[in-house]
Write a new protein. Structure first.
Length: 235
């Protein structure tokens, strides 16, 4: 048992390193679902489902078409193990989809897609944003105790990698916004002989008067050479 755990730890470390090397959030999610199938016993298909602002639900990465079809069945019925993992429970196991009575509207739809068993792990819950890793198998009882154990460990590593990717994306967006605002300030300073502080004040006043974000104001100015006016939206 000690050797098995040691081998598992080494494998998960390799997976974690590989995930951290992905360049974007989407690449990280794509790598997570494929690594999950290669790591978690019983998994034949995998997908990641997210909720943004506790309203917009989407399947953002899959190993194929089948997870998308199962997820669409959950969206249509308004229930299912993946949604439960997102909103209610950290781990949701479905040994026999057709025989499970927890989601009566979803179960027949999933069975019609030849899904025998499912296993879902909540990846993260950040304010109003949620994410879950979902595993699918064609046969019932495909996921045992080992699947739940390995899956829980894998989900922990995946969550860290995904959080790092999201942080890199946010940092990149922040840098781009700063540069865009800097360019807009430069345009106003050159055009009107303003100081840096005065140019920034013009941008913030325009943002307040138009109810548009400062970045949108700066982007409009740098791309069109004009500031938006009240009642006008960016294209």
């Amino acid at each position: 048992m000690a050797d098995i755990e040691k081998d598992l730890a080494a494998h998960l470390t390799e997976v974690a390193i590989a995930l951290q090397q992905r360049r974007s959030e989407q690449e990280t999610m794509d790598a997570i679902v494929h690594a999950a199938v290669g790591t978690i016993p019983g998994a034949e298909h995998a997908g990641i489902m997210t909720v943004t602002g506790k309203r917009h639900i989407d399947t953002v990465a899959t190993t194929g078409d089948l997870p998308c079809e199962v997820d669409r069945a959950q969206y249509a019925s308004g229930e299912g193990p993946c949604l439960t993992a997102l909103f209610e429970e950290a781990v949701v196991s479905v040994p026999d989809v057709a025989a499970d009575d927890r989601w009566p509207a979803f179960a027949p739809k999933a069975a019609a897609l030849d899904i025998g068993s499912m296993l879902s792990f909540q990846l993260y819950a950040q304010n109003e944003d949620l994410g879950a890793l979902n595993l699918y198998a064609l046969e019932p009882n495909a996921f045992g105790d080992e699947s739940r154990h390995v899956g829980s460990l894998f989900a922990g590593h995946a969550a860290i990698a995904l959080a790092s990717a999201q942080e890199r994306r946010q940092l990149t967006a922040a840098v781009q916004t700063r540069d865009m605002i800097g360019q807009a300030k430069g345009i106003l300073m050159e055009r009107h002989g303003l100081s840096a502080d005065q140019a920034f004040a013009v941008l913030t006043r325009t943002s307040q008067h138009t109810n548009l974000k400062l970045r949108d104001i700066a982007e409009r100015l740098t791309t069109t050479g004009k500031l938006p006016t009240p009642g006008e939206s960016t294209p």
